[in-house]
Design a protein around this ligand. Structure first.
Ligand SMILES: [Zn+2]
Length: 255
C-alpha cells in the first residue's frame, strides 16, 4: 500500500490571510501546570520533564480543509445547511478522479467545458460518488503571497456539471473555489452585480456539495492507476468547515 499526502502543513505563511498561533507549554512548564496543585515540580517527574501541550488558534479554513454547506449560507437545497460534523462520512472515502488543467490564472476560472473534456478523456461509464480532484497547478505557489492572490478558481457551471454526474465531494489545490478576492472585488466594482461575489460557493445553496480547498501533492498522483481518497473532516460541532489530512491510497488496504 502506498499513501500520498494531499495536505499542506498547518502553520502561518504568507499564503494564509489568518495567522496560526501556537502557544507551547513545554515539558518543564508542563510540570508546573500539571503538578503545581499537588506541590510537584519538574524534579518530581522522570528525567525532570512532564508532558508538553500546545494551545493553537487558527481559522477553520486554514490549510487543507473541507467546506460544509453551512459555509455557503443558512440553507442548501431548501433545507437547513449541514455543518461539517453533520456530513455523512461515506462521502469522504471513495475512489478518486484527478483532472488536470492549465494553471495560467489569466485564463480565469476553470469552465464547465474544460471539466467535461477532462472527464471524457478518462472514458468512464460513470463518475458518480467519486471524489474529484481538480489540479489547477496552484500548489507550487503554496506558502507564497501569490497563492492567495493569483490562481484559477472553478466556475459554478463546472461544479454543477460534476454534481449532475453524481459527484458530491470536489477538491482543488488552489486557495479556494472562487476567484481570488481581488478579482471578485474588481468585477463587483465594474458590474455592481451580486452574481460575481463567491458564485461557486453560493451555488452550494442551490445544489448541495462539499469542497476541499488547499490540497497538495496532486502532481504525485498517477494518471493511469486507480486510487482511493480518504479525507475525513475533523468533527468540529456546528462549524461550517474543518481541517482534513487528505490522502490518496494507491493499493487495496488489504494488500
Ligand atoms: Zn474554505
Amino acid at each position: 500500500m502506498k499513501i500520498i499526502d494531499l495536505s499542506v502543513p498547518v502553520r502561518t505563511n504568507p499564503g494564509e490571510p489568518v495567522p496560526v498561533t501556537v502557544k507551547l507549554t513545554d515539558h518543564v512548564e508542563g510540570a508546573e501546570v500539571l503538578g503545581a496543585v499537588y506541590g510537584l515540580t519538574a524534579d518530581d517527574f522522570p528525567d525532570g520533564y512532564a508532558i508538553s501541550t500546545e494551545l493553537v488558534t487558527l481559522s477553520t479554513h486554514c490549510g487543507t480543509h473541507i467546506d460544509a454547506p453551512l459555509h455557503y449560507g443558512p440553507h442548501s437545497e431548501g433545507k437547513s445547511a449541514k455543518s461539517i460534523d453533520e456530513l455523512p462520512l461515506e462521502f469522504f472515502f471513495a475512489q478518486g478522479l484527478l483532472l488536470r488543467f492549465d494553471s495560467d490564472p489569466q485564463r480565469g476560472p476553470v469552465s464547465a467545458d474544460e471539466v467535461a473534456a477532462a472527464v471524457e478523456r478518462h472514458n468512464l461509464t460513470s463518475i458518480a460518488r467519486r471524489i474529484v480532484l481538480l489540479d489547477v497547478g496552484a500548489a507550487e505557489k503554496w506558502s507564497t503571497k501569490e497563492y492567495f492572490t493569483s490562481f484559477r478558481g472553478i466556475a459554478p457551471e463546472a461544479v454543477e456539471y460534476l454534481i449532475n454526474q453524481g459527484v458530491k465531494v470536489i477538491g482543488t489545490d488552489a486557495f479556494g473555489f472562487d476567484q481570488p478576492f481581488g478579482n471578485m472585488l474588481k468585477n463587483w466594482r465594474k458590474t455592481g452585480s451580486k452574481d460575481v461575489l463567491w458564485p461557486t460557493h453560493i451555488l452550494g445553496r442551490k445544489r448541495e456539495y462539499f469542497q476541499i480547498e488547499r490540497l497538495a501533492g496532486l502532481d504525485q498522483l498517477p494518471d493511469d492507476i486507480p486510487f482511493n481518497i480518504a479525507c475525513f473532516p475533523i468533527r468540529l460541532a456546528g462549524c461550517g468547515a474543518a481541517w482534513t489530512r487528505a490522502v490518496a491510497i494507491l493499493e487495496d488496504c488489504s494488500a
